[in-house]
Design a binder for this molecule. Structure first.
Ligand code: ATP
Ligand code: MG
Length: 315
């Protein structure tokens, strides 16, 4: 291990030729454009009419997750890049279930999941990117943020009273705060992308009707009672304000180095397949490779093979 200040040699890796793939966002019909033209009222909450059957979706999810698993292992072995998945949504849109479905079958040692709720007193003593910055995925790993620094331009924008607890320096207007925060987020994400973290962000877009049904089920089904919170009903009253905040945030921060995908969330199996597909394609584009051994390492390996060979056995 190296302590701070010591010289750290570059990993013994052969770098791949060509440009880093970080500005090469994966195409998908749900990708939020980079020019600020996203209109949330036109964004689907339901899958297309002629979508695949339940059975096909199940098979597709299985295949996508298996492909993600294979690539994750190589990403881990390569130990050079990381992938951050950000999930944002209204309550009951299915963040938890989607995260579970996509990560099921992956090696837990290669994943790091964090949920961000109301900030603690300690977190409020720092700038708004501090708490998430410390939880960015390590090289070789996939990090998942269940809510994120985006809450700072979503729930806080809908309820500016939260700013009071943040004890900020004087500011001209609320509009200026959001503008500066979008700018900080864009810069932060670009910095991460340049430094080896690929970022993709999912807005799971549920309709108010479907959310109402799901919250109702949380009340009527005893085994779902624990999921119900009366604050979910209170936030529902601010639907329009939330949609405005989402539209503004997605337009200001969907960029080639950190694209947003607005995924229809009224149908859970469809949503999970979309997310898994985008994660798979992104990992594929990151093109992780098993590290190449140097001549020195290769010679050492041959020597070790000789010393470990069980007596009387040939290779
Ligand atoms: P579930 O799907 O189980 O309801 P959840 O992510 O909604 O999960 P909750 O404990 O219900 O978790 O809610 C967390 C709350 O914390 C959300 O209402 C969210 O908006 C709020 N929150 C997160 N970050 C911040 C922040 N920086 N400032 C203020 N509130 C925040
Ligand atoms: Mg909640």
């Amino acid at each position: 291990m190296y302590s701070t200040g010591e010289w750290v040699p570059l990993r013994r890796m052969v770098f791949h030729p060509g440009e880093p793939s970080m500005w090469n966002p994966v195409e998908n019909s749900y990708r939020v454009p980079f020019d600020g033209s996203f209109k949330i009222e036109h964004a689907d909450t339901r899958p297309p009419q002629s979508g695949p059957s339940r059975k096909d979706l199940k098979a597709q999810l299985k295949a996508e997750v298996a492909a993600v698993d294979t690539l994750q292992e190589i990403l881990f072995a390569e130990d050079r890049q990381s992938l951050l998945l950000v999930f944002q949504a209204m309550d009951a849109a299915g963040k938890d279930g989607t995260i579970r479905a996509v990560l099921r079958g992956l090696n837990p040692a290669g994943c790091q999941v964090f949920s961000f709720k109301q900030p603690s007193a300690r977190e409020l003593d720092h700038d708004f990117l501090w708490r998430t910055a410390q939880r960015m995925p390590e090289r070789g790993k996939i990090g998942i943020f269940n809510r994120s620094y985006y809450e700072e331009v979503l729930v806080v924008r809908v309820h500016p009273k939260f700013l009071g607890m943040q004890r900020l320096p004087p500011y001209e207007s609320l509009e200026q705060i959001w503008k500066h925060r979008y700018e900080s987020i864009r810069d932060h994400e670009q910095h991460l992308a340049r430094d080896g973290t690929r970022i993709i962000k999912f807005f799971l877009h549920v309709s108010p009707d479907e959310q109402g049904k799901r919250l109702h089920r949380r009340i009527t089904k005893p085994k779902n009672h624990w999921k119900f919170s009366s604050s979910d009903l209170a936030e529902r009253e601010y639907w329009t304000e939330y949609m405005d905040a989402y539209e503004a945030a997605l337009n200001a921060t969907s960029r080639p180095w950190a694209p947003w995908y607005s995924i229809p969330a009224d149908d859970k199996p469809f949503m999970r397949v979309q997310v898994a597909q985008i994660v798979h394609k992104t990992l594929k584009d990151m093109d992780p490779r098993y590290p190449d051994l140097s001549d020195e390492d290769r010679t050492a390996l041959v020597a070790h093979r000789e010393s470990l060979r069980p007596e009387g056995e040939e290779d």
